[in-house]
Design a protein around this ligand. Structure first.
Ligand code: TXA
Ligand code: MG
Length: 340
C-alpha cells in the first residue's frame, strides 16, 4: 500500500478513505493520531495491526460534536458538562460509562466504558464531521515508540501500513492528552497532560485523584528499563535530576569515546563547557517547551544519529512538567544519571 500524504485541501479524500474502512493519520494539538471509523470493527482491527498494539489496550474515540458522545454514553453528569464547556476542544480526554453494547469490544477492549476526545485541530474536526462517524484515535506511532508530533514521524513508523496521513505541520503541545476517568465516584487522572489536576479542580470545585501518585511512580521497579519502558527510543536515556551537577555530566561524556546526546534548557547549555562529542540540543526555556520538544528530539537521536546514550533534563513534576516527567520516566525506563 502506498501511503498518501494529504494537505488540508484534500480532506474530502481523507474522509472518503475513513468511510471505506481505511486508516488515516490525523493531526491534533497534542500528537498525531491514527484514525479509523469507530463504528467499523474491521477498520478498528487494522489499527491494532498497524501499530502492533496489544488488543486489550482500549482506544480513544475522537469526536467533533458533543452529540457524538451522547449517542454512546449514559447521561452526562453536571461535572462532565462543565468540563466539556471549559476544555473542549482541547487536551482533556474523558472516560464515560457506555450504554449497553454501544461500541464494539474491539474499541473498548471489553470494558463498559470508553474514552472520548475532542481535539483542538480544525482539520481533524472537519474530517470527522465530513466522514460522519467518530474515529478511534490512538497515537500514530509503532507501539512502544515515542508518539509522533509531525507527519514525517508518522510516515517513518507507518509508511505502507496505512492509507493516508493528513499533514498539518508540527503539533503544539507535544505530549498526549490528559486522561480523566469520569466513570467513577471521584474523578481520577489516569495519564497527566496539558490539562492539570488544578485546572480540573478549579472547574468542578471538588478534589480529583491523581492515580500516578497512588501507584508510586517514584519507586524504582526491580527491573529498570523493563516494567515502565514505553515511549522508548533505541538510545538509553538517563534523567539528569534537578539536584545533579551538569558539569559532572559533561565530564562523563568527555571520558567516553562516543557521540552522546544532551537535551537541556538554554540556561544549562550556556553555563557548561561541553566536550566535542556532546551533541547538545535545547528543550527551550520551560516545561511547556520541554514537553513540546521531548518526543521529536528522542526520535531525532534515534533516526538520524543512532546514539546509544542520551542525557535529558529532569524537572520538578508540577503543572505540565508532570506530563513531561511521566513520559521522560518511561522513555528512560526510570534510569538516572546518578545510577551511572
Ligand atoms: O492526545 C491524545 O490523547 C492522542 C491523540 C492522537 O488524540 N491519543 C492517544 O491515544 O494518546 P492512545 O491510545 O495512545 O492513549 C489512550 C490511553 C491509553 O493509555 C489507554 O489505555 C487509555 O487511554 N484508555 C482508553 N480507553 C480507556 C478506558 N475505557 N479506560 C481506561 N483507560 C482507557
Ligand atoms: Mg499512544
Amino acid at each position: 500500500m502506498k501511503t498518501l500524504l494529504l494537505t488540508g485541501s484534500q480532506l474530502a479524500t481523507a474522509a472518503k478513505l475513513i468511510q471505506q474502512g481505511e486508516l488515516v493519520a490525523f493531526p491534533t494539538e497534542t500528537v498525531y493520531g491514527l484514525g479509523a471509523d469507530a463504528t467499523n470493527v474491521a477498520a478498528v482491527k487494522k489499527v491494532y495491526q498497524a501499530k502492533g498494539r496489544p488488543s486489550d489496550n482500549p482506544l480513544i474515540v475522537t469526536v467533533s460534536k458533543v452529540s457524538m458522545v451522547e449517542k454512546y454514553v449514559q447521561p452526562l453528569s453536571t461535572d462532565a458538562k462543565k468540563l466539556i464547556d471549559q476544555f473542549w476542544p482541547g487536551s482533556l480526554t474523558m472516560i464515560f460509562k457506555l450504554k449497553p453494547n454501544a461500541l464494539s469490544k474491539t474499541v473498548t477492549g471489553g470494558l463498559t466504558t470508553a474514552a472520548f476526545r475532542f481535539p483542538n485541530n480544525q482539520l481533524t474536526l472537519d474530517l470527522i464531521t465530513q466522514a460522519g462517524v467518530p474515529i478511534v484515535g490512538p497515537s500514530a506511532n509503532t507501539s512502544g515508540k515515542p508518539s509522533p508530533t509531525t507527519a514525517q514521524h508518522v510516515y517513518h513508523d507507518l509508511n505502507g501500513k496505512i492509507a493516508a496521513i493528513v499533514d498539518d505541520g508540527p503539533t503544539t503541545v507535544g505530549v498526549e492528552s490528559t486522561v480523566l476517568d469520569m466513570s467513577v465516584d471521584t474523578p481520577s487522572i489516569l495519564r497527566p497532560g496539558a490539562v492539570t489536576k488544578e485546572d480540573i479542580e478549579a472547574v468542578i470545585h471538588r478534589p480529583v485523584v491523581d492515580e500516578l501518585h497512588h501507584v508510586g511512580m517514584s519507586q524504582t521497579p526491580k527491573a529498570p528499563g523493563m516494567k515502565y519502558k514505553h515511549y522508548a527510543p533505541d538510545a538509553q536515556v538517563y534523567i539528569v535530576d534537578p539536584d545533579d551537577d551538569w558539569q559532572a555530566v559533561a565530564n562523563w561524556i568527555a571520558a567516553h569515546d562516543q557521540p552522546v546526546g544532551v537535551m537541556a534548557f538554554d540556561d544549562v547549555i550556556k553555563t557548561i563547557n561541553w566536550p566535542q562529542n556532546a551533541d547538545v540540543i535545547s528543550i527551550g526555556t520551560d516545561a511547556k517547551t520541554a514537553a513540546h520538544d521531548l518526543f521529536a528530539e528522542l526520535r531525532d537521536f534515534d533516526n538520524h544519529k543512532q546514539y546509544k546514550v542520551v542525557f535529558a533534563q529532569g524537572l520538578k513534576p508540577t503543572g505540565i512538567a508532570e506530563a513531561y516527567m511521566n513520559r521522560l520516566n518511561k522513555s528512560a525506563g526510570q534510569m538516572h544519571f546518578k545510577q551511572l
